[in-house]
Design a protein around this ligand. Structure first.
Ligand code: ZN
Ligand code: ZN
Length: 109
């Protein structure tokens, strides 16, 4: 079991593995770091936004999605969860809030 503690270590590891396409690289990253909490949902299923693998099934009630950031959801919960994610979840994962630019004024009134 390899332990990757920093982004630099991950990059060095990927470099050592040589050339690979984006999809393969993302699979490798997930196998090294675990799946991202940045996820896509479809019909109650949750998919890792980095490698597209199914990571949860909310229909069976067995998946705790309380820490998940849903792509395109852009709700206060997802925003708060995103703030809690470390680089392991964010690296190579798509930006979940692409539709809106981040504003400095969270409490605009
Ligand atoms: Zn994944
Ligand atoms: Zn949300």
């Amino acid at each position: 079991m390899i332990h990757i503690n920093t982004e630099q270590e991950l990059m060095a590891k990927l470099e050592a593995l040589g050339e690979m396409d984006e999809e393969t690289r993302n699979d490798v990253v997930c196998s090294l770091l675990g799946h991202s909490n940045i996820q896509k949902t479809s019909l109650g299923y949750y998919y890792c936004a980095r490698c597209d693998e199914q990571v949860g099934d909310a229909l069976c009630g067995i998946y705790d999605s309380s820490d998940v950031v849903v792509i395109g959801h852009d709700c206060p919960t997802c925003r708060a969860n995103y703030e809690k994610l470390d680089w392991r979840h964010k690296i190579f994962a798509p930006d979940p809030f692409t539709r809106k630019l981040k504003t400095d004024k969270e409490n605009a009134s």
